[in-house]
Design a protein around this ligand. Structure first.
Ligand SMILES: O=C(O)C1=C[C@@H](OP(=O)(O)O)[C@@H](O)[C@H](O)C1
Ligand SMILES: C=C(OP(=O)(O)O)C(=O)O
Length: 483
């Protein structure tokens, strides 16, 4: 159904589309080069999710004309929400997920599980409190969008279904590494047609399971995906990693911790066998999950304090967590910020000048766009290392960050496994997001102190943080005037 140019209501605003939009399946595909919004013509895209136009590009990142002082409450963690949903879906009885994130990635997970036969209901009309009732799993069509957690955590669940489960996702998702987990599942007795998106799993209601060796250096999600469903495999699973080191280990720790909370027996490399994880077959206990705030999504807000010599606090910061976002405390401290955590309130106060940093982000790759933006505003060079696997994230983040920072006058070079960032005076320009939520938020950090940064497709932040612009503008309060 094509949606032609003309008057549209987008995000509560009137937009005149000067190009043409075409709808394919559930997605509205961008064909627009120009659109007029509030009397001004913009070059850029109109993107969409769930069949509804949701955002308009370009967004002028607000400039902070004085230090930012704010307290910002973040919604739930994407990684914890999607794990809780998977575990609840294969549990022995109904579970509740409280504080669930509702965003594109988590809604794709909810839609997929519902299509497979799982009951997921909002409790008392609250979108963030979900009652998950396992049911017989059957044939379904799954849209993965651009979500790594959906494309890697769900195929093992699909293998437990009775029927054909077809997977597809965004065009851009088709280049993300996926073959490793599909090949591993084949090795565990699952019938799969395809080596990447689109692909189909023919479930027979049971999976043999057993032992498999994979190279998980491309993504920790290959390991997490196999472990999450493995208790429901007849022989459980033993995953051996053979390759260079596995990135994002805290995310595997998160998987293990949540499995153990659900009564599943798990053995990790820390228990003795190098590069090996083992999950024993057995019931997955229904758990009432309480989701922590998303600490990775907190990092751009904390950065607002760092780059404006302001103070930003985030409540409900866990005292102990497997979320990699917690590492921002050490990073900001090293760059010259004052960081304190008292009574679950994390507070960051920025220095007058931010220092560059030499840091290995292998375990916490999610933080790279934030750290790169901070480094571009520091007074000395930075080196970000250990993050070659970011080339397989939402976009090639190393290429995207260097192209966009350099586009604003920066001096970034890509290394084999990271970025070298030299401080430069940055200037106005368009910041492309590449459909990557964390690219968009990195651009917003720079726009706080660089006048005239226009972010293309800021709506892509809905992948994990819908309403980002509003939260950002609220944080800035009356001082955050459009430049
Ligand atoms: O398991 C998870 O929830 C995640 C694991 C990490 O993936 P990689 O290991 O592919 O970096 C991380 O970057 C991603 O945002 C979320
Ligand atoms: C890499 C990320 O996401 P995904 O879960 O899609 O891999 C991310 O959120 O930074």
């Amino acid at each position: 159904m094509p949606a032609h140019h003309g008057q549209h209501r987008v995000g509560g605003r009137d937009v005149v589309v000067l190009g043409r939009l075409a709808r394919t399946g559930a997605r509205l595909v961008d064909r627009v080069q120009f659109h007029r919004q509030q009397g001004r013509v913009h070059r850029g895209r109109i993107s969409a999710a769930h069949g509804t136009i949701v955002r308009v590009s370009l967004w002028r990142a607000p400039l902070a004309e004085s230090p930012v002082h704010a307290t910002v409450t973040l919604p739930g963690s994407k990684s914890i929400t999607n794990r809780a949903l998977i575990l609840a879906a294969i549990a022995a009885g109904p579970s509740t997920v409280t504080g669930a994130l509702r965003s594109r990635d988590t809604d794709l997970m909810i839609d997929a599980l519902r299509a497979l036969g799982v009951g997921i209901d909002e409790v008392d009309g609250s979108p963030t409190t979900l009652r998950v009732t396992p049911g017989p799993l059957g044939a379904a069509t799954v849209d993965c969008g651009l979500a790594g957690t959906v494309m890697r955590f769900l195929p093992p669940v699909a293998a437990l279904a009775d029927g054909l489960v077809s997977f597809d996702g965004d065009e851009q998702a088709r280049t993300r590494p996926l073959g490793t987990i599909l090949e591993a599942l084949r090795g565990l007795g699952v019938s799969i047609d395809g080596d990447g998106l689109p692909f189909a799993v023919t479930g027979h209601g049971a999976v043999a399971g057993g032992e498999v060796t994979i190279d998980a250096s491309g993504s920790s999600q290959f390991v997490s995906g196999l472990l999450l469903s493995a208790a429901r495999f007849e022989r459980g699973v033993t995953v051996h990693h053979d390759g260079t080191s596995v990135p994002s280990m805290p995310h595997i720790d998160m998987t293990v911790e949540m499995l153990r909370a659900a009564g599943v027996r798990v053995q990790t490399p820390a228990d003795g066998e190098a590069n090996t994880w083992r999950v024993w077959a057995g019931p997955v206990t229904a758990v009432d999950w309480v989701v922590e705030p998303d600490l990775s999504n907190a990092t751009p807000f904390l950065s607002a304090a760092a780059v404006t010599a302001g103070t930003v606090s985030v409540p409900l910061w866990p005292s102990s967590t497997t979320q990699p976002g917690d590492a921002i405390r050490g990073i900001l401290t090293e760059m010259g910020c004052t960081v304190s955590l008292h009574d679950s309130l994390l507070t960051v106060t920025g220095p007058t000048t931010l220092r560059g940093i030499d840091v290995d982000l292998h375990d916490v790759g999610e933080l790279t766009p934030t750290v790169a933006a901070l480094a571009a505003l520091a007074d000395s060079p930075s080196t970000l290392r250990g993050i070659a696997h970011l080339r397989g994230h939402e976009t090639d983040r190393l290429a995207a960050l260097s192209a966009e920072i350099n586009g604003l006058g920066g001096a970034v070079t890509e290394t084999e496994d990271g970025l070298r960032i030299e401080p430069r005076r940055l200037h106005a320009g368009t910041w492309r997001s590449y459909a990557d939520h964390r690219m968009a938020t990195a651009g917003a950090i720079l726009g706080l102190v660089v006048p005239g940064v226009d972010i293309d497709d800021v709506g892509t932040t809905a992948k994990t943080l819908p309403g980002f612009e509003k939260l950002w503008e609220t944080m800035l309060g009356p001082i955050g005037a459009p430049s």
